[in-house]
Design a protein around this ligand. Structure first.
Ligand SMILES: [Ca+2]
Length: 408
């Protein structure tokens, strides 16, 4: 008979320093870990240095196979050495609640990878973890339910919708490097406004061009063999034609988008934390009124119709990207301004499918339209809810749809 054993043996691996580390990159060293006696908590310590003394965002990945892959969907981390704003120094501490993530397990093959990132620019780190996806208010369409738990690995997301300036900076390169997109492929109201008139196909090709321009590995290919980079035409790239773990840019999956929009909060209607209502000081949307008052109880705009500050100069009434306060992850315009293309095929009953709860789910394997999220300048408050789902044909380029990118 097998005796009761310690449920886990926590061992250690050293710091993960990415290939091509630059002199100014943060350095993690002296990683140690041990299970706290009598508990299901694991203490992880490390030293952090940075040539320019920058604070870093620190994340943890867990391997259960001696570091071959970091396969455990763990997200229950805390401590003064975890998360954003970690200052360089010795003996930074992370506490892993392994009982929450991996209860009852025993292994001598556990390894931890500590990553410190000093990125403070145009992308925000969305930490790994599970979240409740869907309509917790039971007020949206039936396809926003059931609410289900999804684990999403850590990723970076553009803080802003892709602006005309950003589009052009990549599109100039793309046009001379084999892509059939260019600076004239899309429309915009001004250089600091989001692009629109962008199809799903164009957005995906632009992601690849942005990757190649920066020397990153593209994510999208024209077959499962992943030998030919997707650069031209309208190709319905399949889930298994995507190099999901490449370091290049791609569209967010629907699950990534909703986790990011919620900003680390749960059970909130919108991306902000203080209230479950929306008004024009928070987002660029259309306040739909009926009988002299807003139609939706959670819409508290004092004026009906389009956003009064941006209802000028002909449609679309977009606003400059980042015109409103960011959410808890530092992301702007996750409600309103332009709808944002996501990766996934649309399927109305998807949330009842077992695949919807798979870690890092890429969504259905087939369909005829692709997901849109977040509402837009012409959309009602209803569509700005973080749980709302919409879709359009991938070859459509409406005047209220744009996108933003994510990457590993
Ligand atoms: Ca938006």
């Amino acid at each position: 008979m097998r005796k009761c054993r310690m449920w886990i043996a926590a061992l250690v691996m050293g710091a993960m320093i990415p290939a091509g580390t630059l002199a100014a990159d943060p350095v993690v060293s002296n990683v140690r870990a041990a299970q706290r006696s009598g508990t299901k908590l694991v203490d992880i310590w490390y030293d952090l240095s940075h040539a320019q003394s920058k604070t870093c965002t620190v994340t943890v990945a867990v391997s259960t196979n001696n570091g071959a892959t970091f396969d455990l969907p763990a997200g229950s981390f805390s401590g003064n050495g975890f998360g954003a704003g970690i200052a360089p120094g010795s003996n930074r501490q992370i506490v892993w609640n392994a009982g929450a993530d991996w209860n009852g397990q025993f292994s001598s093959q556990v390894r931890f990878r500590i990553t410190a990132d000093d990125v403070t620019g145009s992308m925000a780190l969305i930490p790994a973890g599970s979240f409740a996806m869907g309509d917790t208010f039971t007020e949206g369409s039936s396809f926003e339910r059931p609410v289900h738990t999804v684990y999403v690995s850590a990723f970076y997301m553009d803080r802003y919708e892709v602006s005309r300036t950003l589009w052009d900076s990549v599109a100039v390169w793309a046009a001379s490097n084999g892509y059939d997109i260019n600076t004239n492929s899309v429309s915009s109201k001004a250089t600091n406004h989001p692009v629109w008139n962008v199809t799903w196909y164009e957005a995906v090709k632009w992601c690849n061009a942005r990757s190649e321009k920066e020397g990153r590995t593209p994510c999208y290919y024209t077959s499962a063999a992943k030998t030919t980079i997707y650069k031209t035409g309208n190709v319905n790239v399949a889930n298994d034609w995507v190099h999901w773990n490449a370091n290049g840019y791609r569209l967010p999956t629907e699950a990534e988008w909703e986790k990011a929009a919620r900003g680390g909060l749960s059970g909130k209607r919108f991306p902000w934390s203080n209230v479950d209502t929306i008004t024009h000081s928070q987002a660029n949307y259309y306040s739909y009124w009926s009988g002299g008052q807003p139609y939706y109880s959670y819409d508290v705009s004092p004026t009906s119709g389009y956003h009064p500050s941006y209802n000028t100069g002909g449609i679309p009434y977009t606003s400059p990207v980042g015109s409103f306060a960011p959410n808890g992850y530092g992301l702007y315009d996750m409600a309103g301004n332009v709808w944002e293309w996501c990766w996934d095929w649309w399927a109305s009953g998807w949330y009842s499918n077992v695949g919807a709860t798979q870690a890092d789910t890429p969504g259905p394997t087939s369909g005829s339209s692709r997901l849109l999220r977040g509402g837009g300048w012409a959309g009602y408050a209803y569509y700005c809810r973080s749980a709302n789902r919409y879709s359009d044909s991938p070859d459509a380029g409406p005047n209220s749809v744009g996108f933003r990118c994510v990457r590993r």
